[in-house]
Design a protein around this ligand. Structure first.
Ligand SMILES: [Fe+2]
Ligand SMILES: [Fe+2]
Length: 246
């Protein structure tokens, strides 16, 4: 085999080697181009204060659903122990393992009630949110395991940019009260998620997933297609929330 043939052979072999780092970097780049992250329509200054509160109410649907989604993914992927144990950790955190046993959902709903005067308990989710949640649930129930893994990763990867949108909405809703205890305040909730909980969930899950993508347990194309499905569903959801009249 001459040099050129060797180079050609190496090139073909390398092309077939799954590059986890480049793969996840590419997913992240595409994610940040999605409209709901790059320029979320709910941040339109013309949106009324009542409408903004309604958007927070609809968004809470995802916060309530996340433990169920991750649990379903964990169940579907239970044979893949590294991923299952990573999801176990994320589920435990959502349920309060690092917040004195108080679930993130309770911290969020308590915070928005006390500080923003939004009573989530009195706000049933609308059709838009239910359709969005159903689309995710559908893939988690009926999709292939590669697709389930793609959805789980999308849910963790989108958490930071979505919370940054929520943080901006909060800044436009006047506070009715400052938190008595900073530890359980909304600012702390958001910053802990953006700086600690969610980057940890995303990055540790990526590490766990890499092994299974590299050894072909998961099909990268099916994984990516499911990841993109979640992003597109989120784009549609946020666009509809921006339009819904309160
Ligand atoms: Fe959380
Ligand atoms: Fe998370």
């Amino acid at each position: 085999m001459n040099t050129e043939q060797k180079l050609q052979k190496n090139f073909i072999e390398n092309k077939n080697v799954f590059q986890a780092e480049a793969f996840f970097l590419d997913l992240s780049k595409k994610m940040y181009d999605q409209t709901f992250i790059a320029e979320n329509p709910v941040l339109n200054p013309k949106i009324s204060s009542i409408h903004r509160k309604k958007i927070v109410g609809e968004y809470s649907g995802l916060i309530y659903a996340i433990v169920g989604f991750l649990s379903k993914a964990r169940y579907r992927l239970k044979g893949d122990s590294d991923i299952a144990s990573e999801l176990d950790n994320n589920i435990s955190e959502e349920r309060g393992s690092r917040t004195q046993g108080i679930s993130h959902q309770a911290l969020f709903s308590g915070g928005v009630l006390r500080e923003k005067g939004i009573a989530l308990s009195e706000m049933p989710w609308g059709e838009t949110t239910l359709n969005f949640l159903n689309r995710i649930d559908d893939v988690l129930s009926k999709g292939s395991r590669s697709q389930v893994a793609g959805v789980a990763y999308a849910l963790e990867a989108t958490a930071v940019p979505e919370l940054q949108v929520i943080e901006k909405i909060f800044s436009k809703i006047p506070s009715v009260r400052t938190p008595a205890d900073l530890q359980t305040g909304l600012d702390t909730f958001i910053s802990m998620h953006i700086n600690d909980f969610e980057p940890g969930h995303r990055d540790r899950l990526a590490v766990a997933l890499s092994k299974y993508l590299e050894n072909n347990t998961f099909d990268p194309r099916a994984f990516q297609q499911a990841f993109q499905m979640v992003l597109d569903a989120m784009d549609l959801w946020w666009a509809q929330l921006a339009k819904v009249e309160a």
